[in-house]
Design a protein around this ligand. Structure first.
Ligand code: ADP
Ligand code: MG
Length: 349
């Protein structure tokens, strides 16, 4: 009863704590925050200078004593201090706006499925320290499937591939649980790296990370495009040290990305191989679903179809699937409690 009253007044929060972007959903309001998971801090004083959008602008532009760090990418525990600060900043930003007398929010956080027990504990503690009344964790592919409104509770196989910045998560879900899964550290960031490497090897051109990402989004592809696209890579000549601009086309960039894209496809194939045949039959019927920003790489769906012989669908608005999933869990915590990651706070007692 008290809980129901609390639920009515409190601004329960769903968070997609992604390696590239953090999104926050507030019950009854929708998505209120969508910012890069970046924190700029002074490494000597440990002072936080900026978080989110503002911090991302500093990437590659900081003096020696300042780092713009992405605390979730490297997965080292020391970075979890920074994760906590970032999480607290985003929760505060939302909670402050609500009436002070409102009870503290319940928080559902989507986390990569590859994280360790220590890391789970750290995220949970971070949410609690940041003011959550109750903190729940859900694995990203599960949240993505819920966000895409796939029938995860049914006795049928549902396959989701969530391609983020730092990790790609492949999962087959049935009866509200993950049946087979794989998490690899090849995703959007690695594709950016491939483009940087390509420019260096072929043209002695040093590209910045953001430039490489822009090129990837503009002309990157996994499968030959109907019409070839072109772009200009701007960077620094490694020989002369001077600025240099080199034109490239989508065929060249596709070759640069091919190795990583193939690793990603292998992860999908291996997950299918490890899935019980009845569920594979279901997936063949329904097709698999792509979520996360990497799902938008041109022609990736086509290449996966070609190599796995399965239909591939790109989830609606793939970048917001996970956070919308956490929102749906908040709306219906009673029937979706089973999909949460068991933790100290919410484990069945
Ligand atoms: P995470 O969940 O790890 O925070 P996101 O799901 O937010 O990651 O996806 C971020 C990744 O998606 C980045 O690597 C970004 O470059 C990539 N991305 C975004 N849009 C596109 C696009 N149109 N084409 C290819 N990659 C994209
Ligand atoms: Mg994600």
């Amino acid at each position: 009863m008290l809980n129901r009253l609390f639920g009515y007044f409190s601004h329960d929060i769903g968070i997609d704590l992604g390696t590239a972007n953090t999104l926050v959903y507030v019950k009854g309001k929708g998505i209120v925050i969508n910012e890069p998971s970046v924190v700029a801090l002074n490494i000597k004083t440990k002072q936080i200078l900026a978080i989110g959008e503002e911090a991302k602008k500093m990437v590659g532009r900081t003096p020696a004593n300042i780092v713009a760090s992405r605390p979730l990418v490297d997965g080292v525990v020391s970075d979890f201090e920074v994760t906590e600060i970032m999480l607290k900043y985003f929760i505060d930003k939302v909670h402050k706006e609500s009436f002070v007398l409102f009870p503290r929010p319940r928080v559902v956080v989507g986390i990569p499925s590859g994280v360790t027990e220590v890391e789970k504990r750290a995220v949970e503690d971070a949410a609690k320290n940041a003011g959550a009344r109750e903190a729940y964790l859900v694995e990203e592919p599960m949240a993505a499937a819920i966000g895409a409104r796939l029938p995860i509770q049914e006795a049928a196989g549902t396959m989701v591939v969530d391609i983020g910045g730092g990790t790609t998560e492949v999962a087959v879900i049935s009866l509200g649980g993950v049946v087979s899964a794989r998490s690899i550290r090849i995703a959007g960031d690695e594709l950016n790296e491939d483009i940087i490497q390509y420019a260096r090897d072929e043209f002695n051109l040093l590209l910045g990370e953001r430039t490489a990402e822009d090129i990837k989004i503009a002309i990157g592809s996994a499968y030959p495009l109907e019409k070839k696209l072109e772009a200009i890579m701007r960077g620094r000549d490694l020989v002369t040290g001077l600025p240099k601009a080199i034109p490239v086309d989508s065929d060249q960039i596709r070759q640069a990305l091919a190795k990583s894209v193939n690793i990603l496809i292998d992860a999908i194939k291996i997950t299918i191989e490890e899935t019980p045949p009845e569920l594979v039959a279901d997936i063949m019927e329904q097709g698999m679903f792509l979520a996360g920003g990497g799902a938008l790489l041109k022609g990736l769906d086509q290449l996966i179809t070609l190599t796995t012989k399965m239909a591939v669908h790109i989830a609606n608005d793939p970048l917001t699937c996970v956070v919308r999933g956490t929102g749906l869990i908040l709306e219906d915590l009673d029937s979706l409690r089973g999909v949460l990651v068991p933790t100290n706070y919410n484990a069945p007692r």
